[in-house]
Every structure is written in C-alpha cells, then in structure tokens.
Design a protein around this ligand. Structure first.
Ligand SMILES: *Cc1c(COP(=O)(O)O)cnc(C)c1O
Length: 366
C-alpha cells in the first residue's frame, strides 16, 4: 500500500488502517453515517480544539482546505466589515486574494517569508485603524515552515476586541492550541494534514455565538458555512450536498489513531523528534535550513540547495527511487526544497532518509 513515503505537507503518509476504513460504502442521508460518524467527528474536533467545548461548534465542508478558508471569510466577514490579514507566506497572501474576490475591504500586512508575523506591528496597526473588525493569520506558514506566535498575536487581537480567524491548516492536530484560552473565534484545518486522514474535506471550528449571527452573509451557496452548519446542527450530521463519505469514515479512524497515540501532545512530540532527527542529519551532510531555529515549526522544514550545481529534479527522482517523496520550495528569494515531518512517519524514517541523501550526494563533491 506504500510505494514511497510522502514527506510532504499533505496529502501525507497515512496508516493502512486509515486507508482500509474506506472499504465500505455509506449513505450520505442515513443515520449510521450522520449520527454514527459525522456527529462523532464534530464533537471530537471541538474537544481537541478547546478547553471550553460548550462555546464552540464544528462544521465540515467538502473540498480542500482553501474551500474552508474561503467559506469562513465569505461567511464571517460582512460587506460592511474590514479585514486585516497578516501574511508571511503564500497561504497568508491567499487569504488576501479571497478577500479581493469577495470585494471585502481588506489590508494585507506583509512580512518577510523568513520571519514570523510580528504582534507589535499588528498592535500598532489596530491602534491606528479602529474600523477593522476581523483579523486573520496563518498559524504554521507551510510555505517555509515558520510557526507564527499565535498566543501573542491572539492576545493583541483580543485586546483590541476584534474577531480572530486562524488558518491552522497544517498545525491543528500536530501543535497544541486551545481556542478558548487564546480567544480564537474561527479556526480552519483539513482532513489530510496533522490528523492524518486522506484529502476530500476541511473543517472549521467556530465560536458558536458568532457563527449563529452569520446567517445570510455568505456570497456563495456551496461555500455558505452558516447554512452548512445549520443543516449539520439541525439534521444531526446531515450535509447539504453529497459528502465525501469514504474520506469522512477514514477521518474517524484517523482521529481514533490520534487518541491511541496519546493525543495532540504526543503527536507534537513525535513530529518534533522527526524534525530534530531530520535537521541533525541534514546539517551533518552540510545542508543549511532556511529558517533560524527560533521560528521553525515541527511541521515542515526548508533547506537551501547545497550548491549552485544542485539539480532538484534529479535529487527528487533519486530520492523517490529510494522510497521518499519530498517537496519543492515555494519562495522566490532563495533556492530551497522542503521536507515534511508530519504523517505516519517516525524518526527512524528520517535516519533512513539522511542515509539515502548521503548515498545520492556523497558521490558528488560537496
Ligand atoms: C494545506 C494548507 C492550506 C490549504 O491548501 P489546500 O491545497 O487548499 O488544501 C491552507 N493553508 C495552509 C497553511 C496549508 O498548509
């Protein structure tokens, strides 16, 4: 079932048991599916995301993660509101693009891709711009692997009394987050990231009192997060349109496996060990990380090309032959490639990866 390991930020390497969970067919309108699977997932997601589950609710939405980001911005931000997006990578910028599509009044605060979002700049901006109603930020910028200081950012946004929207796509499930303690209002993630499911849907965990007020705001029918939630809430796990049933069933299995591993703290520790093993091995071979260790997440790691002659395509192909699929870089200022630390992968896999890289690159003088 595994021609190679995916060392990528999703879809990622899943267990055989998650894939096997897709072997039965479910009826999208039957209660075995709605109550037995969808409602269980919604409840468990809220419990994973917050210490005050009564104040939050979860909505699942067909599509990839971006569909959920778009659904959230398009449903939570009214035409009369103003949005501030803090962006230090492609996913932050994408929220600005979504805002443009929806004609949302939006300012994008840009940061270097190799630095974290600075809460002090958000503070200064919000002090000068009282008209802002919503602030959105990416937690782990998968573009580079920067982990933004969510706690400090949330504290500033809450002090100014703004609604806080967090794209925690690549961190939720792999990095502990307590929405209630931080004051996060909407948090977005998807099935194929740190929960280690397969791709096909995303989800939004929302402050119930705020989502309840979002009826009639959406400018898209299929991405109306409120209407999707209303149907799931009133229909006890019903989806408005055909749901990715097999993928949802696999996700329930993935959540059970997250619990069996010891929950988010334990998974975070494994990802960190994966990352540390990777970086130690790569540095021993002479590779340099793009980011300073202080802003580096345990999710995905960017490395500079080792020299001017480095041929990424060739390196990629040779690693793939040896059982590892890695990721190209995504920034313009430097030549980099990325290696993901998430999924059903372990420190031993990263030791084998380092050995494989040594075998490939060792024959060249570098
Ligand atoms: C994966 C990811 C997304 C969503 O990407 P899709 O390709 O739409 O699934 C959004 N934000 C971040 C930070 C991500 O890592």
């Amino acid at each position: 079932m595994r021609p190679y390991l995916l060392l990528t930020p999703g879809p990622l390497t899943t267990t055989d048991s998650v894939k096997e969970a897709m072997m039965s067919d479910w009826c999208t309108w039957d209660e075995d599916y709605n109550v037995g699977i969808v409602e269980q997932i919604r409840k468990q997601l809220v419990e994973l995301a917050t210490s005050r589950p009564d104040e939050y609710t979860a909505v699942l939405m067909q599509g990839s993660g971006t569909f959920c980001v778009e659904a959230t911005l398009g449903t939570a931000v009214r035409p009369s509101d103003k949005l501030l997006v803090a962006a230090n990578g492609a996913y932050g910028k994408r929220m600005g693009v979504i805002a443009d599509y929806y004609h949302i009044d939006c300012d994008v605060m840009r940061f270097e891709e190799t630095e974290a979002v600075d809460p002090a700049r958000i503070d200064t901006y919000l002090t000068a711009h009282g008209e802002v109603t919503h602030v959105s930020v990416v937690h782990c910028e998968t573009t580079t692997g920067v982990l933004n200081p969510l706690e400090e950012i949330a504290s500033v946004v809450k002090r100014h009394g703004k609604v806080l929207i967090v794209d925690a796509m690549s961190s939720f499930g792999g990095v502990p987050i307590d929405m209630a303690r931080l004051g996060i209002d909407f948090m977005i993630s998807s099935a194929n990231k740190c929960i280690q499911g397969v791709p096909g849907f995303g989800f939004v965990i929302a402050r119930r009192s705020l989502l309840e007020q979002c009826g009639g705001v959406a400018r898209s029918l299929s991405l109306d997060l409120y209407d999707q939630w209303r149907t799931m809430e009133d229909g006890h796990g019903k989806w408005r349109f055909t749901s990715p049933t097999h993928v949802v069933r696999a996700f329930m299995q993935a959540m059970a496996e997250l619990r069996a591993e010891g929950g988010i703290e334990a998974r975070h520790a494994r990802y960190r060990e994966n990352h540390d093993t990777l970086v130690e091995g790569m540095r021993s071979l002479g590779f340099r990380t793009l980011l300073p260790d202080e802003v580096q997440s345990p999710i995905i790691t960017s490395f500079y090309y080792p020299n001017a002659e480095f041929d990424f395509k060739d390196f990629y192909t040779k690693l793939k032959e040896r059982g590892f699929v890695i990721y190209p870089g995504k920034i313009s200022q430097a030549n980099t490639f990325r290696i993901g630390n998430i999924g059903d992968v372990f420190p031993e896999d990263f030791r084998r990866l380092t050995q494989a890289i040594k075998d490939i690159e060792g024959r060249k003088a570098f």
